[in-house]
Ligand binder design. Structure first.
Ligand SMILES: *[C@@H]1O[C@H](CO)[C@@H](O)[C@H](O)[C@H]1NC(C)=O
Ligand SMILES: *[C@@H]1O[C@H](CO)[C@@H](O)[C@H](O)[C@H]1NC(C)=O
Length: 222
């Protein structure tokens, strides 16, 4: 028994980081590209619908750049939330369009969105900040993971700027699990699952074991 436990511990701690990870591995992305371009259903129709979506358009333009995004229960104090959500979705869809078509215009669009938000965003707040940070944040990080590890076009200092934004603006509200005055019931139902999704994704992108352990702990025990 003791030997088994010791072996298990070694396996758990001595892992190597595999990229791209989070939602799609390299194999997944290659399979996705092959199926999207084939005549096989349901992939053919699914790809046609995906490509026709406005967030997949080659001419997609950034919706808005805001230093802070607020999602609150009262719409009057909600700031920039839908722009943030649209651009996060577009960052991911543009990265996938690039994977499927091999057309670098999509890669450039994804990089532009990630870089501009990376430079600009300082804070996600409001009573429902966890949802905004968890849902849109996950789209941003998945896009970032794909373009970082499937291309060599993302400059190191831009990656660093994006990583800092992720750690300081998006991660804290997504990770919040102790009630505060502003966010009084964090980590319940879809708030918790959205938050956990971001914490785990950020852990992979940043190669941050603390974040991975936090996500695991929160998923299992909160
Ligand atoms: C969010 O933060 C900004 C900038 O600090 C502040 O002006 C704004 O009032 C805050 N919004 C909410 C809803 O807490
Ligand atoms: C990553 O890990 C360090 C500890 O090594 C921690 O201080 C940092 O805040 C972590 N989280 C993020 C999201 O960067």
């Amino acid at each position: 028994m003791r030997l088994l436990a010791a072996a298990g511990t070694v396996l758990l701690t001595a892992h190597a980081w595999v990229h791209p990870g989070i939602t799609n591995s390299k194999d997944d992305l290659e399979r996705l590209a092959t199926l999207a371009k084939s005549d096989a259903e349901p992939w053919k129709s699914a790809y046609e619908a995906f490509a026709a979506d406005e967030h997949s358009a080659k001419g997609y333009e950034l919706k808005g750049l805001c230093p802070y995004v607020a999602r609150t229960k009262e719409s009057a104090t909600t700031v920039c939330m839908t722009d943030f959500a649209h651009d996060a979705g577009a960052a991911l869809q543009q990265s996938l369009m690039w994977i499927i078509t091999d057309d670098e215009a999509y890669l450039d669009n994804s990089l532009e969105i990630l870089n501009e938000w990376g430079k600009t965003l300082k804070k996600v707040n409001g009573s429902d900040a966890q949802l905004a940070a968890g849902l849109s944040g996950s789209n941003f990080v998945n896009a970032a993971e794909i373009v970082r590890h499937m291309s060599d076009k993302w400059a190191e200092d831009d990656i660093e700027t994006f990583s800092n934004m992720l750690s300081t603006a998006i991660y804290p509200p997504a990770e919040q699990h102790i009630p505060s005055e502003e966010q009084s019931v964090p980590w319940i139902a879809n708030w918790g699952t959205a938050g956990a999704k971001l914490v785990l994704a950020a852990g992979v992108f940043l190669e941050n074991q603390t974040a991975i352990d936090t996500a695991k702990e929160l998923m299992l025990h909160s």
